[in-house]
Design a protein around this ligand. Structure first.
Ligand SMILES: Nc1ncnc2c1ncn2[C@@H]1O[C@H](COP(=O)(O)OP(=O)(O)O)[C@@H](O)[C@H]1O
Ligand SMILES: [Mg+2]
Length: 144
């Protein structure tokens, strides 16, 4: 097992930092370019949801990301906030559902995460926060 953790303030300008850091960490597994793009997209959508929906951009709050490399090239990513929480998780997962229509949100973030990973678990409690547990299986690598 190999693991990393990141904790950073809920500012949208930290989203590229989070995405790039996770990409750098998983580079050790020699992923394909496509897999790296998919992982970055997953982080980008999950982190922006934590900042915008979970914390309503309250920059004093912290987003936590944990990445572990499990057996057989499975990457486990946890994206956690201690914010607003989701009342109806099934509704939130519906493609094009958004609670922030006025801000040009497409409502596709959770749908995209689900499409780009092998398994998505959402645990959320109103006013306690939201935890996404995402698993992605990387293809076999020629090298190493
Ligand atoms: N971390 C979170 N905390 C609170 N609510 C969330 C969180 N992530 C998602 N949601 C809820 O789920 C909805 C759907 O999320 P998503 O598919 O990413 O669409 P969008 O971000 O465009 O609204 C959001 O509009 C929001 O109501
Ligand atoms: Mg979103």
């Amino acid at each position: 097992m190999n693991q990393m953790e990141l904790s950073f303030n809920a500012k949208i300008e930290n989203e590229p930092f989070a995405r790039t850091s996770v990409a750098a960490f998983v580079t050790a597994l020699n992923p394909t370019i496509d897999e790296l793009v998919e992982i970055k997209t997953i982080i980008s959508e999950g982190v922006s949801n934590a900042i915008i929906h979970g914390y309503q951009n309250n920059a004093e709050c912290k987003v936590v990301i944990k990445v572990s490399i499990e057996d057989e090239r499975i990457i486990k990513i946890i994206i956690q906030d201690y914010g607003k929480g989701i009342e109806d998780i099934e509704e939130a997962k519906v493609p094009m559902y958004t609670s922030l229509k006025e801000l040009e949100h497409a409502g596709m973030g959770l749908t995209i995460i689900e499409a780009l990973c092998d398994n998505l678990e959402i645990h959320s409690t109103p006013n306690l926060g939201t935890k996404l547990t995402i698993r992605k299986q990387l293809k076999d690598s020629d090298i190493g």
